[in-house]
Write a protein that binds this ligand. Structure first.
Ligand code: NAD
Length: 484
């Protein structure tokens, strides 16, 4: 059977890539190849940049409210296709269908937020900065921007950036993850239906060559990147070398602390979601569980009982809470970390290595895995595993928790469960990570707040979505004016 081959969407048309190299797209629950993805080449990038550049002058001159109206129509079209997008997403990525629905919802919320352009993009003015002289600054779009995105959120992440770039008057290119290109293809069918002017939004499939083509292209003004830390650092440095704006969000090692005064029973469901939702493949997933002092015994007992009850299977099954890992290489990587944890002397309380789902014997499943007696210097406590693997570290008190959080190489998210306002305040005040959850296990800012960390979790200063994103996609032009 020949597999469908993904196409690029350039200048309002679906076109074949110029490449001769292709990769596989998997259904990770079944362990079956379902599509072929072109590893695009520089010519593909050139075509897309030329189209986006040509579309820019007219799009830029289109009033912001008119641009926002395209987004209103797009939002409606996304709502009509909501379930269809979520199903494609689960089919290629593996996550539970409810997780996919949540992702599509968050994607749409960015479209909604961006429609506030007429208040969010304004500049400011001051009369009489000197006698008879006024000054004002307004925000101008800059040209062609691009997003390069990861495999774990095939739908939403590109849309942390695209709606804001577009509504500000820029034109855009999306480079999806080559592991999961089908969701954006579905989304772009809807973009096509809504009928944006040709060249305003483009999609180019591929891997490293497309990324490098975008990074080096003189007509690309800026790059929004989300992915692993080594790639984020590379993107940041190369954008520096080529003089582009850049926001590069990287990996994470998130700690979830549980204080002795926490309401354990109330906490368990959100702790389970934090560590095992999306099979641990979220940049906001809990990775280290840190019960403080004596609460460890009760917490571990209840957490393990809940983990045993977790329904693991094909994400398209409504009963499934945790799906497979997204691909074969990824499963190998996570199994490798479980072996490392054992070799380093951590105690394996729950072993997900030989986990199978009888109806899907070839799926890339790894069951919930829990290590106890993890030391902060073990690789399972320092490295991002990006799978359903929990490392339990048992700090004695809040100071030790904060030390544990701040000694990781990342500063993305940190969570605490407590019933004490004073403890929560101390925690949120002193921890480094930028996204903090208090009795919340996945501290995910919504579209109207910024998303991103710092340190090795993000290179650059303006984060994803939030109000500040309008600064990334515009240049402030300041006019100093005197009339005789
Ligand atoms: P990745 O870095 O391997 O790939 C991300 C993108 O970069 C892909 O589109 C890929 O084609 C491209 N790429 C990868 N290596 C490249 C190279 N050497 N040269 C040029 N391009 C390259 O990341 P991934 O495995 O797809 O995604 C998982 C990672 O993303 C995890 O580390 C996760 O924490 C992170 N992530 C972070 C956030 C956040 O908000 N900070 C959100 C989601 C995912």
């Amino acid at each position: 059977m020949t597999l469908p081959v993904m196409k690029n969407f350039i200048n309002g048309e679906w076109v074949a890539s110029k490449t001769t190299t292709f990769g596989d797209v998997w259904n990770p629950a079944k362990g079956e190849k379902i599509a072929s993805v072109p590893y695009g080449v520089k010519e593909d990038v050139d075509m897309a940049v030329q189209a986006a550049k040509a579309a820019f002058p007219e799009w830029r001159a289109t009033p912001p409210l008119t641009r926002a109206r395209y987004l209103f129509r797009l939002k409606e079209a996304f709502e009509e296709n909501f379930e269809a997008i979520a199903r494609v997403l689960t089919t290629e990525q593996g996550k539970a269908i409810d997780d996919s629905r949540g992702e599509v919802r968050r994607m749409i919320e960015n479209v909604e937020h961006a429609t506030g352009v007429t208040t969010l993009m304004t500049g400011y003015t001051l009369e009489d900065i000197a006698k008879g002289i006024d000054c004002y600054g307004h925000r101008q779009p800059m040209g062609v921007f691009a997003a390069i995105v990861p495999f774990n959120f095939p739908g939403m992440v590109a849309w942390w950036f695209l709606p804001y770039a577009l509504v500000s008057g820029n034109t855009f290119i999306v480079k999806p993850s080559e592991q999961v290109p089908m969701t954006q293809a579905k989304i772009f069918e809807i973009v096509e239906e809504v009928g944006f002017p040709e060249g305003v939004i483009n999609l180019v499939n591929g891997a490293h060559e497309v990324v490098n083509g975008l990074l080096d292209h003189p007509d690309v003004q800026g790059i929004s990147f989300v992915g692993s830390t080594p790639t984020a650092k590379y993107i940041y440095e190369r954008c520096g070398a080529t003089g582009k704006r850049v926001q590069a969000l990287g990996g994470a090692k998130n700690i979830v602390a549980v204080m002795p005064d926490a309401d354990i029973d109330a906490a368990i469901p959100s702790l389970i979601t934090s560590f095992f939702g999306c099979a641990g493949q979220r940049c906001l997933s809990g990775s280290i569980l840190a019960p403080v002092g004596d609460v460890a015994g009760e917490l571990k007992e209840k957490f393990i009982a809940a983990a045993k009850n977790l329904r693991v299977g094909n994400g398209l099954d409504e009963q499934t809470a945790m799906g497979p890992l997204a691909g074969p290489q990824h499963k190998k990587r996570v199994l490798g970390y479980i072996e490392k944890g054992i070799a380093e002397g951590a105690e394996l309380l729950m072993d997900g290595r030989n986990f199978t789902v009888p109806e899907f014997p070839n799926g890339f499943f790894v069951g919930p895995t829990i290590f106890d007696k993890v030391r902060p210097d073990m690789s399972i406590a320092t490295d991002e595993i990006f799978g359903p693997v929990v490392s339990v570290v048992n700090p004695k008190n809040l100071d030790e928790v904060i030390e544990l959080v701040n000694s990781r190489n990342y500063a993305n998210a940190a969570c605490i469960y407590t019933q004490s306002g004073a403890t929560a305040r101390e925690f949120k005040y002193r921890v480094n990570p930028s996204m903090v959850g208090i009795n919340i296990g996945v501290a995910a800012p919504m579209s109207f707040f910024p998303f991103g960390g710092h340190g090795n979790s993000m290179f650059g200063d303006i984060k994803g979505h939030g109000q500040e994103i309008f600064l990334f996609f515009t240049d402030m032009k300041v006019v100093i004016e005197r009339w005789y």
